[in-house]
Write a protein that binds this ligand. Structure first.
Ligand code: CTP
Length: 398
């Protein structure tokens, strides 16, 4: 059932638009609330009147209509899912390029909800390298793709490129919400960002962590209905924190205390923070003046938060950590899984170009306590977060 789910259905100019009628009817039958947006080209294939009658909502086409403005930002925030079906080759390319010359594209670009795409086109267009590339780009942004099928195409030829049948698309939606539903009410703890270990009032030992990976994971859990606490170190730059219970900390010691404060009530914990391994033995209360030619600071080990939670972990709790490595990656990740009594370790290597610290993309391999291991491609951190959350759900239900 899709009872109470709010769906924005985007329809583009493709012969498969006629199937959107059945799709809207099925969504309504499943209990969803549907708002339809059409591209101007879609009107040539199907009547807005049919769709507004079936969806019981006005069909939106123009950004500006006379003196009113269709608020694209609010539509993407209202929805639990934006589904584009059929997705034409043209709109697919525009989405991948970030263009927004119509209402559907503006809603897509500003949507904070998950996005599902059901492409439809002729086989030669489907197989063109630019379409392949565009589709990969959209998948890397975390959009789910409903695979096309084989069959008779609008050209009269037979081949790949037919939009999935409406019932298949509805099944994908049901699966999506079922996975999300599995997290409803679950309490999730995520750590993110660096820690700063103070030397004196003006200096600290820190690292280049941006906090983006941990925040993306926290947001993905939030999108799927979990109750998320984010323990966030002093990450530079603005991060999207709305909807999260945020505990701001500075040092490894403070992060340790915050995590232990909430861990007892936590179902799933993911330690994505880049915690400093050492902190100064003592913190000077005044700024240390420059005197000697050389200077050393005595350091002591910080508490290992992941390891300490691993020691406390109960049967029904899932604990995941990261391993940031530059060499012997697999060996080190597997050792961390054992030594820290984690259930899952997400490995990222600094040897992978465009992965890790400060970047918007990441490339991970996930290892788990049940002996499985899975490699993922280089993706945006949002898409990686989706993979990690899916992996954790599968791990729990395996
Ligand atoms: N971690 C932690 N507390 C620390 C250090 C690390 O909770 N004091 C967590 C990190 O959040 C991450 C995992 O442990 O989930 C692995 O961190 P990483 O820096 O890769 O490894 P370390 O345990 O610090 O070991 P090393 O630096 O020797 O690789």
């Amino acid at each position: 059932m899709l009872k109470g789910k709010k769906i924005v259905l985007g329809i583009t100019g493709s012969i498969a638009a006629y199937k959107a009628v059945l799709l809207v009817r099925s969504l309504i039958k499943e209990g969803a609330e549907v708002k339809v947006i059409m591209t101007p080209a879609a009107k040539d294939f199907i009547s807005p009147l049919t769709l507004s009658t079936l969806s019981k909502n006005p069909v939106l086409i123009d950004i500006f209509k006379e003196d009113t403005w269709a608020n694209h930002v609010m539509l993407g925030r209202w929805a639990d899912m934006m589904l584009v079906a059929p997705l034409s080759c043209n709109t697919l390319a525009k989405m991948a390029a970030g263009l927004c010359d119509n209402l559907l594209l503006s809603v897509y670009l500003s949507a904070t909800c998950p996005v599902m795409l059901a492409p439809a086109m002729d086989e030669d267009m489907w197989k063109h390298p630019s379409t392949r590339q565009n589709l990969q780009t959209l998948a890397s942004y975390g959009n789910s793709i409903v695979p096309v099928t084989n069959g008779e195409l609008a050209s009269g030829l037979f081949g790949e490129g037919r939009m999935a049948e409406p019932e298949t698309i509805v099944e994908h939606l049901l699966q999506h919400f079922k996975n999300g539903g599995r997290l409803n009410g679950k309490k999730v703890l995520v750590t993110a960002g660096p820690t700063y270990e103070h030397i004196d009032p003006v200096r600290f030992i820190g690292n280049h962590s941006s906090g983006k990976m941990g925040v993306a994971i926290a947001r993905e859990f939030l999108n799927r209905g979990a109750d998320v606490t984010l323990v966030l170190g002093p990450a530079p730059g603005a991060l999207p924190l709305d909807g999260l219970n945020v505990m701001r900390v500075q040092t490894a010691g403070e992060m340790y205390d915050a995590c232990h404060q909430v861990f007892g009530e936590t179902d799933i914990a993911i330690m994505a923070a880049a915690v400093a391994d050492y902190s100064p033995v003592s913190v000077a209360s005044e700024k240390i003046k420059k005197k000697e030619e050389s200077w050393s600071v005595a350091l002591k080990k910080t508490p290992d938060i992941l390891k300490s939670l691993g020691q406390k972990k109960k049967e029904n709790q899932v604990l995941a950590g990261f391993a940031l490595e530059t060499n012997n990656e697999r060996e080190n990740a597997l050792a961390k899984l054992q030594q820290k009594n984690a259930d899952i370790i997400v490995l990222n290597s600094l040897r992978d170009k465009d992965a890790g610290f400060g970047k918007d993309t990441n490339k991970v391999t996930i290892f788990d306590r049940k002996g499985r291991e899975k490699n993922f491609d280089l993706k945006s951190k949002t898409a990686v977060a989706k993979d990690i959350v899916d992996y954790i759900i599968e791990y729990i239900h395996a």
